[in-house]
Ligand binder design. Structure first.
Ligand code: CU
Length: 310
């Protein structure tokens, strides 16, 4: 009977482990995911590396401390006749050790973390720039200098399902509330600069697989960059409570090889050609549009170069 229960447990653990192992390599976060995702960009790899380093340092400290506590409790227990030392007040040597060791550990961890953080905010030498504007409740994307831009909002199927009031399962919609009408198409192996702002209230643009999130604040242009290593579809959400539909303005990034991106961009340009001033450009306030537009001119040539390369 005990063996039967053991088998049940073993089967349960194995069943739980299979999806965990399968998800270990997935880019987007999954239900019951235990560890931080590795993502698909230089920055997400950096963040994962720093996180794992700190984790193993903590594991080492935990093992040492709990082993010392366990040993002391077992070895010097009352039943063995141990008597507490009532005269002990302090030990200068010990105090120096337990001050110096954590300081050394913190510096050891801070050094790689700081250098990676500096790299994370270095948007220089970007090959192209995408302007992201948050709205209640959708996103607008503009490929600066390319005359390509569009809005991206919750897909109609998710919208209909959520309005229906029924309990939605994975069978109704594989990416319920995580799908959009127009995906943000980006090239892989390209340093892409983002300028991020908002039109009404504070939003935050967050795609976990890219390894960062950035606040989208009205009247302010925040910067970020990414370099996606692996083609694929990566999903995210607004990460700043922005009103009643905060949970319904997902983000979908489709990363494609450079050549494919050049083709896509050319097709978008051709589509925009007859009416060069698309209506969505209007909501952007002049104060925030000006610096972004000015900054764009630096990088305006880069995507053309991409197109040639492709
Ligand atoms: Cu929002």
């Amino acid at each position: 009977m005990k063996a039967g229960r053991f088998k049940q447990w073993a089967a349960g653990i194995a069943a739980a482990a299979v999806p965990v192992l399968a998800f270990a390599q997935a880019a987007d976060p999954k239900p019951w995911q235990l560890n931080m995702g590795q993502g698909v960009t230089v920055q997400s790899a950096n963040a994962y590396g720093a996180h794992m380093f700190a984790l193993w340092v903590c594991v080492g400290i935990g093992l040492l401390v709990f082993a010392a506590m366990g040993y002391a409790m077992f070895k010097f227990r009352k039943s063995k006749g141990a008597v507490p030392d009532k005269d002990f007040t302090h030990s200068t040597r010990l105090e120096i050790i337990w001050t110096v060791v954590p300081v050394v550990l913190l510096v050891l961890m801070a050094f790689p973390a700081t250098s990676k953080l500096i790299q994370m905010y270095d948007t220089r030498n970007a090959e192209m720039t995408v302007k992201v504007t948050g709205f209640q409740w959708m996103w607008k994307y503009e490929y600066l200098g390319e005359n390509v831009g569009f809005t991206s909002r919750l897909d109609r199927k998710s919208e209909a399902l959520r309005q229906s009031g029924k309990v939605v399962s994975g069978q109704d919609h594989e990416h319920y509330l995580l799908d959009v009408d127009n995906v943000l198409v980006l090239p892989t192996d390209t340093k892409i600069r983002f300028v991020i702002t908002a039109d009404d209230v504070i939003h935050a643009w967050w795609v976990p697989a890219l390894g960062w999130k950035q606040d989208a604040i009205p009247g302010l242009v925040n910067e970020a960059w990414t370099e996606i290593k692996r083609p694929g579809v990566y999903r995210g959400q607004c990460a700043e409570l922005c009103g009643k539909d905060h949970g319904f303005m997902p983000i979908v990034v489709k990363a494609v090889p450079k050549a494919e991106f050049a083709q896509w961009l050319a097709a978008q340009k051709a589509r925009n050609a007859p009416n060069p001033a698309p209506a969505p450009a209007q909501p952007a306030a002049p104060a925030e549009a000006a610096p972004a537009e000015g900054a764009a001119s630096n990088t305006a040539e880069a995507p053309t170069a991409v197109a040639v390369a492709g």
